[in-house]
Design a protein around this ligand. Sequence first.
Ligand code: NI
Length: 207
Amino acid sequence: MPNQHYSPSRLQRALAGVALLLAVAIAGATWFIVNQPRDGTGTGIALVGGPFSLSDHNGQRVTDKTFLGRNLLVVFGFTYCPDVCPTELQVVTAALESLGSRADDIQPLFITIDPQRDTPEIMKQYVANFHPRFVGLTGNLEEIAAVAKAYRVYYAKVDSKSGPNDYLMDHTSIMYLMDKQGKFLKHFSYTTDAAALADGIAGALAP
Ligand code: NI
């Protein structure tokens, strides 16, 4: 094409890039909507949770069976998270403290979705900032993928250009309360404050 003022191929590449981004965004949003756990009588409830096999923050192997007989309060995240995760763990800590002895049977778990950086040692240092009963769990990529799938947790690495070890993770930030047999009881949004979380837990565990 003579005398062209722009490169059609470059424009086409740009449009294709936009289309791809849109497709990824729509796929992500759809995945999120389809996989969100539901309150009440929604059919999604029974599907949240299940068997897992991971390493705790002392390097000991644990499974879902390790915690049978306790109510799990499960939070997924990563220790490099700048804001949402630490806020959520502080809220869990404050809620458990305010529940006092009523929270004795609750085992808070922080499961990393960034196992490449979150080693047991890193997890141990991190959870020490929060409730003393917190247990940090990590594993290999397959183990983390399996437990995230069981809890319908979405996560994805957000690439950064500044270095291979310098990245953020997108992830579902929902808190899951499980019964003593490991079955899903209730979930809480990351925007829940400590008082509402404590009330919600107390209500869900009331006989
Ligand atoms: Ni986070």
